[in-house]
Design a protein around this ligand. Structure first.
Ligand code: BEZ
Length: 210
């Protein structure tokens, strides 16, 4: 069965551009973003990896480690990284898993045989500090992902964990959030001393605590 939200992200050992890793040990107490791309030396992937490298300070600020994967060999990852830096202006500063035997790709269901029986699709797994899968995304090979959206989801998830707040449609950091339904009005008064608006008993909004 496909991996689902709330499942523990399967552990694995793999060779990466930053050495051999045991995934759970490598994550430590950080969150993780594990993402696959179809193939090295391809244009869309080149832009995605360059942009992910640019976002490293943003991932760091949120306690998140990014790690890429494709079924290409390590030597290709290393050589292709030079092209990424040259064309995208950012040195790849996170590990890229070399998975030529498709061990990790199969473990995470990153190969969708009716799309391609050899290459990985564009999968994303956001994994929290307890190693639980909190988001899965699957994009086709021809569509580059929006990594700003991945950061936005991490902000939303961390907000829920920290403050019992959910985020409305198209929410952006700095905007009001929604008090989760399991919080009573009585508890909400204590949790959100800044106050909250009740539009309906089930729809209560508040400013995000600093
Ligand atoms: C790309 O990264 O550009 C790409 C990879 C596989 C199929 C189509 C596009």
């Amino acid at each position: 069965m496909a991996l689902q939200l709330g499942d523990i992200a399967p552990d694995f050992e793999a060779d990466t551009t930053q050495g051999n890793i045991k995934f759970h040990d490598w994550l430590g107490t950080s969150w993780g973003v594990l993402f696959s791309h179809p193939k090295d030396y391809t244009p869309v992937c080149t832009t995605e990896l360059g942009y992910t490298a640019k976002l490293k300070p943003e991932f760091d600020r949120r306690g998140v480690k990014a790690i890429g994967l494709s079924v290409d060999p390590l030597a290709d990852h290393v050589n292709w990284s030079k092209d990424i830096e040259e064309t995208q202006g950012h040195k790849v500063n996170f590990p890229m898993i070399a998975d030529p035997e498709r061990k990790v790709a199969n473990l995470y269901g990153m190969i969708h045989p009716n799309a391609s029986d050899t290459l990985t699709v564009r999968s994303v797994f956001i994994i929290d500090a307890n190693k639980k899968i909190r988001l899965t995304l699957t994009y086709p090979a021809s569509t580059g992902r929006n990594f700003d959206e991945i950061l936005r989801v991490i902000d939303s998830l961390q907000l829920t964990d920290k403050h019992k707040l959910a985020t409305p449609v198209n929410w952006k950091p700095g905007e009001d959030a929604i008090i989760v339904p399991s919080v009573s009005d009585e508890d909400a008064k204590k949790l959100f001393p800044q106050g909250f608006k009740t539009l309906k008993p089930y729809l209560r909004t508040t400013a995000v605590p600093k």
